[in-house]
Ligand binder design. Structure first.
Ligand code: NAD
Length: 485
């Protein structure tokens, strides 16, 4: 709904209704490509979270809980179809809300539809087990939903992360309360309305908008939820896990990474280099699985850097709707963070090897940071160890396989990695030795793949989303022991 100034006024979605539309004091939603406000969100808090949890509990104990797994699956599959039918509008919304280039926004919506289709067709394939036990008994380990699940979603992939998280939870039979990010949440709101059209009953899927410290904290600490799934920064993830610990509920944490892309001297560079550039430029580097470190064997270091520099210099940055190689950073605050991390690295001795260009027609007020290739940073520096969350690739040379593995594992994170080599033995040795939730050999998906279990080791978090495994995470086991003689 548009207000008098032409700004969209959004509401929460609680119990199947859009409620509490934002007034002029609502949270401003800016288009990162222009810096202009185009929507407002209501600032929900404990009261709204209470209402949403209550609605979810009623749906879980009512209409949603009464559906068979097949019926639930049909609803989710229908939602996937509706998302596909609305792809133009949803891609426009995602592009405007996040600033990502249009073709990527479109790919994200395609992936979101796929999550619902995947989980729709998985819902009735979730089996328990029987367990051999004492004579005269039959033991069943039933897979049952947690009940009401909370989902805290970040701004970098609003549609996809929402799809993977609520898709798995709903398929398993849970009712959901979602707190999307205040910086980008328009597609989760719109898709949740489509969910009603798809037949998902009111209350099974609720969205409370608001700030992290208010609505997010209220959801994480709510005594009425039975599981919480969080994707975002390690600091907030720790706060969410502590709140969940107070209520003794399980948590899934996906906290980002510092993913190494390892190039050995026998790699097929024509295959590797475009993928390595894309792994950091995609979504302006604001990807938990961004390939933010490239580790290059010394014997080919200069050659690879020269080639990477050529590719970086040819990239263009501009508004999402202009669909160039790189869009803006999500907000002025995040842009400042990226700038200050890079400036500190350069001051400490890192070299700028190449910087991409800006499109001539890029809007003045956009939060742009053209992709940057750096080297010479110390391995212990923040640039090498922390998420920059911008299109910044840091290069490091290595001597041999042991050195490559030492560097690859030398950060607190362990989310994803890629290894580029034609040597079969080395491929498998690296796959085993690198501490990461996903290791790609001679390809890279930046966390992609609806069918692939995804999540971290070390400080990248714990628990898995995506794939069948993601749906299983939203269940627990109830053991039934029948004595029948
Ligand atoms: P964040 O972790 O603060 O926000 C993620 C989500 O958590 C948002 O929905 C936010 O509203 C919510 N939140 C914030 N504080 C909360 C609290 N106390 N309790 C419950 N929920 C809360 O991330 P950010 O501040 O938007 O970004 C900061 C950094 O986090 C980025 O620079 C990046 O390094 C990292 N990040 C990682 C991912 C990822 O996919 N791994 C996504 C977004 C941000």
């Amino acid at each position: 709904m548009l207000d008098k100034t032409g700004i969209t006024s959004l509401g929460h979605l609680i119990n199947g209704e859009i409620v509490d539309r934002a007034g002029t004091d609502g949270i401003e939603v800016r288009d990162p490509s222009t810096g202009e406000v185009f929507a407002r969100l209501p600032r929900g808090g404990a009261k709204e979270v209470d209402r949403a949890v209550e609605a979810a509990r009623a749906a879980y104990e009512g209409a949603w809980g009464a559906m068979t797994a097949t019926e639930r699956g049909r609803c989710l599959t229908r939602l996937g179809v509706l998302i596909t039918e609305n792809i133009d509008d949803l891609a426009d919304l995602e592009c405007r809300d996040t600033g990502k280039p249009m073709k990527q926004a479109r790919n994200d919506i395609v992936a979101t539809a796929r999550y619902f289709e995947y989980y729709g067709s998985s819902a009735d394939k979730l089996h328990g087990e029987t367990i051999p036990y004492a004579k005269g008994t039959t033991v069943m380990a039933l897979r049952v939903p947690h009940g009401v699940t909370g989902h805290i979603i970040p701004w970098n992939y609003p549609a996809q992360i929402y799809g993977r998280s609520v898709g798995g939870a709903l398929a398993a039979g849970n009712a959901c309360v979602v707190k999307p990010a205040e910086d980008a949440c328009l597609t989760p709101l719109r898709i949740s309305e489509l969910a009603l059209e798809a037949g998902i009953p009111a209350g099974a899927l609720n969205i409370v908008c608001g700030l992290g410290i208010e609505a997010g904290a209220a959801l994480a600490g709510h005594t009425g939820i039975n599981h919480i799934s969080f994707t975002g920064s390690p600091q907030t993830g720790t706060a969410v896990a502590k709140a969940a610990a107070d209520n003794q509920i399980p948590v899934t944490l996906e906290l980002g990474g510092k993913s190494p892309q390892v190039i050995f001297e026998d790699a097929d560079l024509d295959e590797a280099l475009p993928v390595i550039v894309n792994a950091i430029v995609q979504n302006a580097g604001q990807t938990c699985a961004a390939g933010s470190r490239v580790l290059i064997q010394k014997s080919i270091y200069d050659k690879v850097m020269a080639e990477l520099a050529k590719r970086f210099s040819a990239l263009e940055t501009g508004a999402g709707c202009d669909d160039l190689d790189c869009g803006p950073i999500i907000s002025a605050k995040q842009l400042d963070r990226v700038k200050s991390l890079v400036d500190a690295a350069i001051e400490a001795g890192a070299n700028v090897v190449a910087r991409a260009g800006m499109a001539g027609n890029a809007p003045e007020g956009g939060y742009f940071y053209p992709p940057l290739l750096l080297d010479g940073a110390a391995h212990e520096s923040r640039l090498a160890q922390d998420e920059v969350f911008g299109p910044v690739l840091a290069a490091f040379p290595f001597e041999d396989e042991a050195d490559a593995i030492r560097l690859a594992n030398g950060t607190p994170y362990g989310l994803t990695a890629s290894v580029w080599t034609r040597d079969g033995g080395r491929q498998m040795r690296c796959a085993h030795a690198i501490e990461a939730g996903q290791v790609f050999i001679n390809n890279y998906g930046a966390g992609g793949g609806i069918e692939l279990p995804f999540g971290g080791m070390k400080k990248s978090g714990y628990g898995r989303e995506k794939a069948f495994e993601g749906m299983v995470s939203f269940t627990t086991i109830k053991t039934v022991v029948m004595k029948h003689g």
